[in-house]
Design a protein around this ligand. Structure first.
Ligand code: IPM
Ligand code: MN
Length: 348
């Protein structure tokens, strides 16, 4: 029997609630499909920071490296640790150290979920660059506190980083409906974004079967509301992808349904799977967080591990449950009730 070693980082707030829920579903599907998940829990979180003065141990990255995949709940408890400290101490270093350059986020309405738009017919895969761009962390502040203070934050776009995310996106488009929309702002940002557009055009030669549209981020924000059904695969830089995927979450019914995968495509390091939502301190530990985003992220993890049939089973069971209304109305079903209903569908 194949066993996968999974590093679990529930993190903060509802991250803990939804990680437990997702793991219960994943273990149930593993049993049905005759493989097993050996999970090791790491309590790295803001609470851990308060005791140890860091979000994870110094050798945390090396510890995680030997796992087949990482499953993360959520990071952040701004009442005690500033987000800029907690995120730069755990989530962001993992994405960068393991070269998880492709952040994949599917946006479609599950059966039974009512979105805010008039038209429900859309199925978008957002591919966000996840290691550089506007979130490179290059910059600094001088003359702090004074009137002549200066803050500089430099976006970094490398040829290697830009080519690899665009190539990844072209490949995803080829495997889906054959359409790629590349999102930039090259009418205003004349270096990095023009560079991105040029590389998109270069790569398009290698993918004659993929049709490419170029859109600016502002127009794209409008399009995702007015005509999301026209979109297939969407690729964007780190900041633009971050913003568009919250918009994507909104049109699919909310953050409770938004799944994500941080993928290291060459598999030289583990990939990480996490719901898009944060730690939601106001509802933490109350058994009311929607676990669907985490369960869907878990299905993406199984798919990445090669357990395609099990991943499909989880998605199908989840959607049979939502079709019956389970988990589709904010606050109507508890975390446990949604989890139990999905497992019942799996076993049916
Ligand atoms: C996300 C989150 C993170 C990001 C934050 C918490 C740093 O918003 O995964 O979209 O911007 O990457
Ligand atoms: Mn975000």
């Amino acid at each position: 029997m194949t066993t996968y070693d999974i590093a679990l980082i529930p993190g903060d707030g509802i991250g803990v609630d939804v990680t437990d829920a997702a793991l219960t579903v994943l273990n149930a599907v593993a049993e049905i499909h005759s493989f097993s998940l050996q999970s090791t829990r790491f309590p790295w979180s803001c609470e851990w920071y308060l005791k140890h003065g860091a979000m994870m141990p110094e050798d945390g990255i090396e510890t995680l490296r030997k796992f087949d995949a990482i499953f993360l709940g959520a990071v952040g408890w701004p009442e005690t640790v500033p987000d800029s400290v907690s995120l730069h101490g755990l989530l962001l270093p993992i994405r960068k150290a393991f070269v998880q350059y492709a952040n994949i986020r599917p946006h479609r309405l599950l059966a039974g979920v009512q979105g805010p738009l008039r038209s429900d017919a859309f199925d978008i895969l957002c591919i966000r660059e996840n290691t550089e761009g506007e979130y490179s962390g290059a910059g600094g502040r001088v003359h702090q506190g004074g009137q002549d203070e200066v803050a500089v934050e430099t976006s970094i776009f490398t040829r290697t980083g830009t080519e690899r995310i665009l190539r990844f996106a072209f490949e995803q488009a080829r495997a889906r409906r054959g359409h790629l929309t590349s999102v930039t702002k090259s009418n205003a940002q004349k270096y990095s974004m023009v560079f991105w557009d040029e590389i998109t055009k270069e790569l398009a030669q290698e993918f004659p079967d993929v049709t490419v549209s170029h859109m600016h981020i502002d127009a794209m924000a409008a399009k995702m509301v007015m005509a999301p059904g026209d979109l297939d695969v969407v690729v964007a830089s780190n900041l633009f992808g971050d913003i568009l995927t919250d918009l994507g979450a909104a049109i699919q019914g909310g953050l409770g349904f938004a799944a994500s995968a941080n993928i290291c495509p060459d598999r030289s390091a583990p990939s990480m799977f996490e719901p898009v939502h944060g730690s939601a301190p106001d509802i933490a530990g109350q058994n009311i967080a929607n676990p669907i985003a985490a369960i869907w992220s878990g299905a993406m993890m199984l798919d990445h591990l090669g357990e395609k049939a099990a991943a499909q089973s989880v998605l199908a069971a989840m959607e049979r449950a939502t079709a019956k209304g389970i988990g589709t109305q904010p606050g109507s079903d508890s975390t446990d009730a949604i989890t139990t209903a999905i497992i019942a569908e799996l076993e049916a």
